[in-house]
Design a protein around this ligand. Structure first.
Ligand code: FUB
Length: 326
């Protein structure tokens, strides 16, 4: 059994973990991370170093408890449509069922989003035979809203292939907008009640500045890169995401789950390692940021570790910027 967890320290050290999606299910904190393998693969912009093959689900009774690894919950070999790279997952609960959403490359090397189901939040999860029809790119995050409608957010640049879907169909040669053009936004689609299919074609989310102008693709400190997460606070939807090449976690807010979202600021300054990816969850009367860095491996991009820390709001609803090492 691992010892009690501490803020800004690795949640577990016996395996490498990343991309934590945290939820409160059945009164406990469940964390759905990627499982980084202990492999030495040179890093490139296509993300070839992230060769993950399975998922392990973690849980904690509360923030004074040890973190439990529930073992292998889903493996690549059991997903009929997938060929490689089980990247950042998320989970949701509805219909007395737990749903695990995950990206992987299909047999044509195109990233798609799959779903698997379980009666338990800890798994094991049984995958659907095919990926979600109409899905593409990476980093699914699902919000079950207060009115019981569910939305899936997804998309990531570069290795995540979002540029290649700019026109709505896959173009392997597409490179995305130029620096002065509006940046690509994450995609959102409402899910059907079955939680297994899209109710509608995915739409692009617009992220704008306080004057209503779209954030341009060249504004790398603010433009969307990957890792969307949407939570609600005081009646507003908060869309948070990674800026990728500038290594920030930032956020924008809206009154509508599909946006447009108004850019507000930074949540987390850069961590050790190239990627930064997170989730935000309320437990009791406090809010927490789950994130990762590469500190456990001494800075190796594809050997990361999941951490958490408290997240605080100002009176006006803005989020206080967190330094991961102070
Ligand atoms: O873990 C693989 C990829 O790295 C994720 O899908 C991205 O968000 C980035 O963290």
């Amino acid at each position: 059994m691992n010892k009690k967890t501490s803020p800004k320290e690795p949640l577990v050290t016996h395996i490498y973990t990343a991309d934590p999606s945290a939820h409160v299910f059945e009164g406990k904190i469940y964390i759905y991370p990627s499982h980084d393998l202990d492999q030495d693969i040179p890093s490139n912009d296509n993300g070839d170093q992230y060769m993950m093959e399975d998922y392990h689900i973690l849980s904690m009774d509360d923030f004074n408890s040890p973190c439990v690894d529930h073992g292998e919950a889903l493996h690549l070999r059991d997903i009929p449509w997938a060929s490689k790279q089980l990247w950042a997952p998320d989970a949701a609960y509805k219909n007395n069922t737990y749903y695990l959403y995950f990206p992987a490359r299909d047999k044509n090397d195109i990233f798609r989003i799959g779903v698997a189901t379980s009666a338990s939040p800890a798994g094991p999860f049984k995958p659907e035979k095919n990926y979600i029809p109409g899905s593409f790119s990476i980093d699914p995050a699902v919000l079950v809203d207060d009115d019981n409608k569910s939305y899936i957010y997804f998309g990531g640049l570069w290795g995540g292939q979002l540029e290649k879907w700019e026109t709505g169909t896959y173009n392997p040669d597409a490179t995305g907008p130029s620096g002065s053009e509006p940046a690509l936004g994450p995609r959102v689609a409402e899910l059907n009640d079955d939680m297994l299919t899209f109710k509608e074609a995915p739409q692009e989310i617009s992220i704008i500045d306080e004057d209503g102008n779209p954030i341009p693709a060249g504004d790398e400190e603010r433009r969307y890169f990957e890792g969307p997460w949407v939570h609600k606070y005081n009646g507003y939807y908060y869309l948070s995401y990674s800026t990728g090449s500038t290594h920030y976690l930032v956020y924008a807010i809206s009154k509508n789950p599909k946006g447009p979202y108004v850019f507000k600021g930074k949540i987390l300054t850069p961590v050790i390692g190239w990627t930064t990816h997170h989730s935000i969850v309320q437990f009791g009367d406090k809010w927490y940021l789950f994130y990762h860095d590469s500190s456990l491996s001494g800075g190796i991009d594809n050997k990361r570790c999941v951490k958490y820390t408290e997240l605080k709001y100002n009176e006006d609803g803005t989020i206080q910027t967190i330094d991961p090492y102070k």
